[in-house]
Design a protein. Structure first.
Length: 293
């Protein structure tokens, strides 16, 4: 146990740094002595040592913002900035927590907003869940053409041209990310007929946030497939299956900054068909044109 404690101590000491601390309270209303003590204590708590002279400097400033105080920490090496962090204290009671997180964030080169711990949450963050911005929801309706194909050639089924119907919802959670709930229906009622439908939840990532934005996406869910084939004796037979399904897609959204958008893409759906019927899997690649509104 003593050896383990010694190893841990040496590991911490190896990453510890001597830091010169500079604290400016300005007209923030924070007592200078109190600020000095809290900052020094936070530096020690981070595993570093506050000293009077070092090539590393932690510059902490307290800025008044209405009735709140914004704490900004900048970590420097020979006067050159390395990292910075800031956080707002709504009242004096949470100032020690805010200072600790700002110091820790600046010294570790991480955001003070993201390094929260249980029991160390600023009041300004307590209602963050209630203040989230609303997502933009679009209904998407599209048409297209596809090529359906079976995965098992023993059933006599052949690849065939399919017509596509697309319907669902898109929730844009960020300029680059969206959640999707899409159903893709492909059908061909000619002699070599086939039907395939998937119900998928997934997402898409937009490469840019501009008016013309390309994207890649995917989804997972359930699906079914029914198609015509022939048995070993050459007699007509209906095959198919239902089970897990997944898809991958890529495309471009035009007029993305508008409330009505043109969505052009390529989609590939797969129905694994492992739940029942003949348990035959199938796939479908398609080009679709959709309107999001």
């Amino acid at each position: 146990m003593k050896k383990l404690a010694l190893i841990l101590f040496l590991a911490v000491a190896a990453f510890a740094t001597d830091v010169q601390v500079s604290v400016e309270v300005g007209n923030s209303g924070v007592d200078q002595t109190t600020a000095d003590m809290l900052v020094r204590d936070a530096v020690i708590g981070s595993g570093n040592s506050p000293v009077d002279n070092s090539k590393y400097t932690l510059d902490v400033k307290f800025l008044a913002l209405g009735s709140s105080v914004v704490v900004v920490g900048e970590y420097q090496k020979k006067g050159e900035p390395i990292a910075s962090a800031k956080l707002k204290a709504e009242n004096p009671e949470e100032l020690d927590v805010v200072i600790e997180r700002v110091v820790r964030g600046a010294l570790a080169n991480e955001s003070a907003e993201q390094n929260s711990e249980v029991g160390k949450i600023a009041e300004s963050e307590e209602y963050e869940m209630l203040r989230r911005r609303g997502t933009l929801r679009y209904t998407t309706i599209g048409l297209g053409l596809g090529l359906w194909h079976p995965y098992d050639g023993d059933n006599g089924a052949e690849a065939s041209l399919s017509y596509l119907l697309r319907y669902g919802y898109i929730w844009e959670a960020s300029p680059h990310g969206a959640i999707t709930l899409i159903t893709n229906f492909g059908f061909n009622f000619e002699d070599n007929w086939s039907i395939q439908e998937t119900f998928l939840i997934g997402g898409r990532y937009h490469i840019t946030a501009s008016s013309v934005s390309s994207y890649i996406g995917g989804g997972i869910g359930l699906g079914y497939s029914v198609f015509y084939g022939e048995d070993k004796d050459g007699h007509s037979e209906v095959y198919g299956g239902y089970g897990f399904a997944f898809a991958a897609s890529a495309g471009v959204v035009v007029f993305r900054t508008s409330t009505t958008q043109l969505d052009v893409g390529i989609n590939y759906d797969v129905v694994l068909g492992g739940f029942g019927f003949n348990e035959d899997a199938s796939g479908k690649v398609g080009l679709y044109f959709a309107v999001n509104f």
